[in-house]
Design a binder for this molecule. Sequence first.
Ligand code: NAD
Ligand code: UDP
Length: 321
Amino acid sequence: MPRTLITGGAGFLGSHLCDRFIEEGHSVICMDNLITGDTENIEHLFELGQDRFRFVEYDVTDYLHVNGELDYVLHFASPAAPDDYLQYPIQTLKVGALGTHKALGLAKAKDARLLIASTSEVYGDPQVHPQSEDYWGNVNPVGKRGVYDEAKRFGEALTMAYHRYHGVETRIARIFNTYGPRMRIDDGRALPNFMSQALRGDPLTVYGDGSQTRAFCYVDDLVEGLYRLLMSDATDPVNIGNPDEITIKEFAEEIIEVTDSDSDITYEPLPSDDPQVRQPDISRAREELGWTPEVDRREGLRRTLEYFRAEVEATTAPARD
Ligand code: NAD
Ligand code: UDP
C-alpha cells in the first residue's frame, strides 16, 4: 500500500485530497497545525484506523520526522484565503519557505515524490492574459499580498533547486481559484462571503466596481488534475484551474440567482494589489495530463450550496437551553 503524507490535510483542499488518496488505496498521514483548518473536515476518516489514516497535529515549519517509508509528499499547508494570510503574514511566509524546505528535505530522505501547492498568485496582477506557465508574473514584493505570493514563488524556486541539485522527484501545481464544500464560511473569500450573505438575505459585498475577473474551478475537478499531475512526468509547473472567466459582479449576481435570494449588491473598496484579471491557460495540463475540468460553474455552485446552507443554519440556529 503506497504511503502518502499530506501537509495541510485538515484544510479545504487537503481534506479532499485525503479522501481521494484513501479511495486510491493509499495509507495517508495528514499533518496540520489547524491554524486555518478543522478536524471536522477529516473526522469521517478516523474510523478507518491508524494503518489507513493518521492525523498528526504539527507545525510543518519545524523539523519534520515521519517513521517508516513514504512514497508521496503533498505539501498543502499554508493559509490560502487573502484574509487569512493578511492575519497570519509571518506564518504564511514561514510555511511557504521553511515548511517547503522541511517537506523537500523529508522527500529527499525518504526518496519520495513531492508535489507542492503553488498558486496563480505567483502571476500577481498579471499583464499577460490568460496566464500560461511561461509568464513570470507581476508581483509587488512589499505589498500586503506579497507575504503569500513571494512565499509561493520562493517555494517553487526551492522545489526546482531540490529537483535539479538533489534529483528529488518534484511536481508544481499552480492552482487557480477553487471552490466547493468544506470552505470555511467566514474565510473572507468571494464565494463563502457571497453564498452566506445571499442565504442570510444580506447584501453581497462586491469590492471595487466588480469588473475584476476570476475563473473558478470545482474542487473535484481540481483534485483529479492534482492526482494526474502527481502521477505524470511533468516537472515544470502546471496550471490547474477552470478557464471559465467571469467578473466578480456577474459572479455575485449568479450566486443570488442560484440561491434564489432577494439580496442586493453593495460596493466596498477594492483591497490593495487585488489582481484585475485572472484566467488560467490550461494547454499544458490538457496536453501533458489529458486533463480538463468537467463540472460547469452552475452545477458546481449547486453542489456547494447544500454545504453552505447547512453551515449557515448551524451558525444562525437559536441556542437551546
Ligand atoms: P486552507 O486554509 O483550508 O488549508 C490550509 C491548511 O494548512 C489548514 O488546514 C491549515 O491549518 C494548514 N496549515 C497552515 N500552516 C501550517 C503549518 N505551519 N503547519 C501545518 N499546517 C499548516 O486552504 P486551502 O484553500 O485548502 O489551500 C490549501 C493549499 O492550496 C495552500 O497551500 C494554498 O496556498 C493552495 N491554494 C489554494 C487555492 C484555493 O483556491 N483554495 C488556490 C491556490 C493555491
Ligand atoms: N471579493 C469581493 N467581495 C468579497 C470577497 C472578495 O468582491 O466579499 C473579490 C476580491 O476583491 C477579488 C475576488 O472577489 O477581486 C476574488 O477574491 P477571493 O478572496 O475569493 O480570491 P483571490 O482571487 O483574490 O485570492
